[in-house]
Write a protein that binds this ligand. Structure first.
Ligand SMILES: C[S@@+](CC[C@H](N)C(=O)[O-])C[C@H]1O[C@@H](n2cnc3c(N)ncnc32)[C@H](O)[C@@H]1O
Length: 403
């Protein structure tokens, strides 16, 4: 249960904390203003909703639902629809609060994690609440209607004793500040939070024909991934997602399949193994280098084809009019109405939608419903602990089948 946020304006920080340059430049800016507020529910994006006494909506980072905090505005002004703020003092802490295990976490510091200050179980609960909210608001679906049990599962090995933190980032991109110090970007900023220790592990980089690659394993296969190409960051993610997709699709010998937004061919490889020599898989991927890697990774399958280009442009040009199975794993923006309508017209018996943004997933599920597909199951995985990100796998089937 959440309490309706109540708020009372607290002191302005104009004396005890100088307003940012943006505040000085833009008239009406409220940056630096502090409000004492009661914190409401979690909203998509790694923050909680609160309301000031005057009814202004605040999206507050570093807070937890039910807490009473002093929130300092970081973005927005008198005319803004809402303000962004950081909880700079916790007046009444929630039971889910823990001390952030990372020394670089906290208001105004590294922006890489959103929930360092929450117990791992609470982090997963928050992510589940966000998924449920997006499904309800954008797709008109209850968890039951989406075939989801409402849980967000940790990756194998990530359920650790209290106080231990999963080391899940297999790759980190460091930024360098003006004085040459390596660090991590602050939240919604190009500023750098310097870090003392920067990992130097090259992660097993190989150089082939002037290009750098890493080799990754999933589903019993080795995948070559060029530097800058996409591979899931959590080391357990590729295997976990392949299993979820294959359990949902249950590919049969001789079937035809599409792997859209296929990267270096993770799902295409797993399906090709299962549909056998009489089956066929078409992958589509926009990254030229990723396409080269996918073709290399899947070269043993004569009936796997990888096309390079944007899905919405390439798919209509392929001339494909039917497919038994479809996997789509789009970037955060999702697939969109036109692509969803095209996919639904191919008559697949099952579609696996792998989604890194529950809002885009929910919107696209609404398009799929319009086009005659309904979710059969939905599973959610915490593949980005400490952040607000969450991965979902929805399996869809023609609505007529279940009705
Ligand atoms: C979330 S990744 C998924 C990759 C792959 N399925 C995997 O799990 O390793 C999305 C991929 O889509 C590609 N991409 C982004 N926009 C695209 C588009 N409009 N059409 C085709 N591919 C696109 C990206 O380059 C990236 O490789």
């Amino acid at each position: 249960m959440h309490t309706e946020p109540q708020a009372s304006p607290a002191s302005s920080t104009s004396q005890d904390s100088p307003a940012s340059p943006a505040a000085q430049e833009s008239p009406g800016s409220l940056i630096g203003t502090q409000y004492e507020v009661e914190v409401g529910p979690v909203a998509h994006g790694g923050h909680c909703v609160a309301r000031t006494d005057e009814g202004r909506v605040l999206f507050v980072r570093h807070a937890l639902p039910g807490e009473r905090v002093l929130a300092r505005v970081t973005e927005g002004g008198e005319d803004s629809r809402y303000l962004r703020a950081d909880a700079v003092e916790i007046l009444d802490a929630a039971k889910d609060r823990v001390e952030a295990p990372c020394p670089y976490a906290g208001p105004g510091r590294c922006g890489g994690c959103d929930w360092q200050h929450a117990k791992p179980g609470a982090q997963r609960r928050f992510k589940g609440e966000v998924i449920a909210e997006q499904l309800r608001r954008l797709a008109g679906l209850t968890p039951e209607e989406a075939g989801w049990d409402g849980t967000v599962m940790p990756a194998p090995g990530d359920k650790l004793p209290a106080g231990e933190v999963p080391a899940w980032r297999s790759r980190v991109q460091y930024a360098v500040d003006e004085s040459g110090r390596a660090g991590l970007r602050k939240h919604r900023s190009h500023d750098v939070e310097p870090v003392d220790h920067v990992a130097e592990n090259d992660g097993g980089v190989h150089r082939v024909h002037g290009r750098d690659f890493v080799r990754e394993r999933a589903d019993g296969r080795t995948y070559r991934v060029g530097m800058g190409g996409f591979w899931q960051v959590h080391p357990q993610a590729p295997q976990l997602l392949v299993e979820a997709v294959m359990q949902g699709l249950l590919p049969r010998k001789g079937e035809t399949a599409l792997d859209l937004y296929c990267g270096v061919g993770l799902f295409a490889g797993a399906i090709a193994d299962r549909v056998g020599d009489n089956g066929a898989v078409l992958g589509i991927e926009s990254g030229r280098r990723a396409v080269e890697d996918a073709r290399h990774n899947l070269r043993e399958f004569p009936r796997v084809r990888i096309e390079q280009g944007k899905v919405d442009q390439i798919l209509p040009r392929t001339g494909i009019t039917e497919a038994d199975l479809i996997v789509l794993d789009p970037p955060r923006a999702g697939a969109g109405r036109r692509t969803v309508a095209h996919l639904a017209s191919l008559g697949a018996r099952r579609i696996a939608y792998v989604a890194c943004d529950p809002a885009a997933l929910a919107r696209d599920l609404a398009y799929f419903q319009e086009a005659g597909y309904r979710p059969r199951t939905l599973r959610a995985f915490d593949l980005f602990p400490m952040t607000h990100h969450v991965e979902c796998v929805a399996i869809l089937e023609p609505a007529a089948k279940g009705s």
